[in-house]
Design a protein. Structure first.
Length: 234
């Protein structure tokens, strides 16, 4: 069982539809940030999510796939610097050299986690002093979280990854809190990404992989949005 004394406190924070979808459909060409602001009845209250997001932890954990999806690989502008630091898990990799450079210009500190010795971030190590590459032969989330706490002094993390990686954190017992903003929208689609995807359990013996929740707070927001805060009973 994971010991919270030697790792950061984590909060899973995402925007989802009422039916738990975190995307508009089943391809990366679709994107919540772009799509939902065009939908009448949803766009009017969407800014509330971003306002809440701006008050989350100073360390945000995400994936290279999500970063590539929001277009950082193609960005050429000079972003406004944020005080937030990013922890990006990028195995494939999904980020190219331009994407890593953009993130370095954007965030306070970029901790890039990879098991790929040829990751393009290595070409930028001496150019950006806020870039730290954390390499593992195989990424183990428990080890990563312990290293973030012991070696990088990270004590709180907001997790904002996709459904598959969220499931890895869930199964490893590494999600302490859940902070969800629910949009007034039904999306549907059995293969549309949800808050928690990944491998399903298939036997009664695996019920211990599920995590019960304790409701800590519930806010009725404007324009039919709702915010729910839970503690995970690991």
């Amino acid at each position: 069982m994971n010991n919270r004394n030697n790792r950061p406190e984590t909060t899973l924070f995402l925007l989802e539809s009422l039916d738990g979808k975190i995307n508009s459909g089943n391809t990366d060409a679709l994107d919540v940030d772009r799509d939902w602001k065009t939908i009448k009845g949803v766009k009017e209250g969407l800014q509330q999510y971003y306002d809440i997001e701006s008050e989350t932890d100073l360390y945000s954990l995400n994936s290279g796939r999500v970063m590539a999806k929001i277009g950082v690989n193609e960005r050429t502008d000079e972003p406004e610097k944020t005080i937030c630091s990013f922890i990006i898990i990028d195995r494939k990799p999904h980020l190219n050299e331009n994407g890593v450079a953009f993130l370095c210009k954007w965030v306070n500190k970029l901790l890039l986690v990879t098991d790929n010795k040829s990751h393009p971030a290595y070409n930028l190590r001496h150019k950006y002093d806020n870039l730290e590459i954390i390499y593992y032969d195989e990424i183990d989330l428990n080890t990563l979280m312990e290293d973030l706490y012991d070696k990088y002094n990270v004590d709180k993390i907001t997790i904002q990854t996709g459904g598959t990686l969220n499931c890895e954190f869930l199964r490893a017992g590494l999600i302490d809190n859940v902070n969800i903003v629910i949009a007034p929208l039904l999306v549907g689609g059995s293969d549309t990404n949800t808050l928690i995807d990944g491998k399903a359990i298939s036997s009664v013996e695996e019920l211990n992989k599920l995590r019960a929740l304790e409701l800590m707070d519930c806010h009725i927001l404007k324009k039919s949005y709702v915010q729910l805060k839970y503690k995970v009973l690991n």
